[in-house]
Design a protein around this ligand. Structure first.
Ligand code: NAD
Length: 280
């Protein structure tokens, strides 16, 4: 864990929606885990409305690999962009083969210390909803009501038709795939069926983006947890919260491009950082 004080005076994003100059900020990168946990505890106690923003790093201790760490999903597979999925039956079959190969991992995953710490703050009314880039359903399993999980990139535990949005169980997709050897199409409109996730090149969900925008603008503490903060437009929310007056905390075991605008950066393991808030 490193220790430094930095004066990040200006920030300008690459995304027009959030592009603006921020105030002069002194961000603190904690020197040790105990100090980080103490400072975070003080900020949580002082806050009225806390919005967590989570990425794949909160689920690595649950056995689900992230994208960019060594051994992460990108070191194994090139992502299949949305237009390729739509255009190519082979791409659809490959996407479903990958998803079925991951099923034991997703099915076995249970909420980790980070998920449980956020759920405990949700239960006492400090967190109105969690904004997540994750697709693994673990916030719901930790105790958040479905309506209070704002999923920016969808959910991989079920499927949808890309034409009419009809929902399908993965079990049905698997049975069709096994019977025909092909990725199934929608039984209503015959368009392809895909995991209910947002692929690269696919439009972001309007309602989730609107809710995440409202939450980022209305909170007084925004905590980005386990995200490399490089996938846009999702990565714009920490900056939006900061520019709207919230204090910003980043918990991640490696530097992010937004550390300079944060009030507190805890560059450490998420489970070890948030575990003390749920007694482990
Ligand atoms: P990312 O892989 O780009 O970044 C994850 C970050 O978390 C990395 O910086 C990594 O160093 C850090 N990290 C990993 N484990 C950690 C730990 N235990 N403690 C502290 N830090 C840790 O992930 P992202 O920013 O969420 O963006 C990738 C996209 O991939 C997401 O939008 C999501 O849709 C998708 N994805 C989701 C899952 C999931 O649902 N669990 C898994 C992989 C990818």
């Amino acid at each position: 864990m490193s220790c430094l004080f930095s004066d990040g005076s200006k920030w300008q994003s690459g995304c027009g929606m959030f592009a603006r100059f921020g105030p002069r900020i002194v961000s603190v990168i904690t020197s040790d885990i105990r100090s980080g946990v103490e400072q975070l505890g003080d900020m949580i106690a002082a806050a009225s409305v806390i919005v967590p923003f989570t990425g794949a790093g909160i689920s690595t201790e649950c056995g689900i690999p992230d994208f960019r760490s060594p051994g992460g999903l990108w070191s194994r597979h090139r992502p299949i962009p949305f237009d390729e999925f739509v255009a190519s039956a082979e791409a659809r079959e490959e996407a479903w083969r990958r998803r079925f190969a991951m099923e034991p991992t997703f099915a076995a995953a249970k909420p980790g210390r980070g998920h449980r710490a956020l759920a405990s703050l949700y239960k006492v009314g400090k967190i109105p909803a969690v904004v997540t880039q994750n697709i693994d359903n673990l916030h719901q399993l930790s105790g958040f009501a479905e309506d209070h999980v704002v999923e920016l990139h969808g959910n991989t535990t079920y499927a949808r038709c890309i034409g009419c949005s009809q929902a399908y169980d993965l079990k049905w997709v698997r049975e069709c795939f096994d019977a025909s050897g092909c990725a199934p199409d929608c039984t209503i409109c015959a368009e392809p069926v895909k995991t209910a996730t947002i692929s690269f090149g696919q439009a972001m969900p309007d309602e989730a983006m609107r809710r995440a925008t409202d939450l980022a603008q209305q909170c007084d503490l925004f905590i980005a947890i386990g995200s490399s903060l490089v996938v846009w437009p999702a990565a714009g929310f920490p900056m939006l919260a900061k520019n709207s007056g919230a204090r910003l905390v980043i918990i991640n075991n490696e530097p992010t491009e937004q550390d300079d605008i944060a009030d507190l950066v805890i560059r450490h393991d998420i489970g070890e950082t948030l575990g003390p808030f749920v007694g482990n």
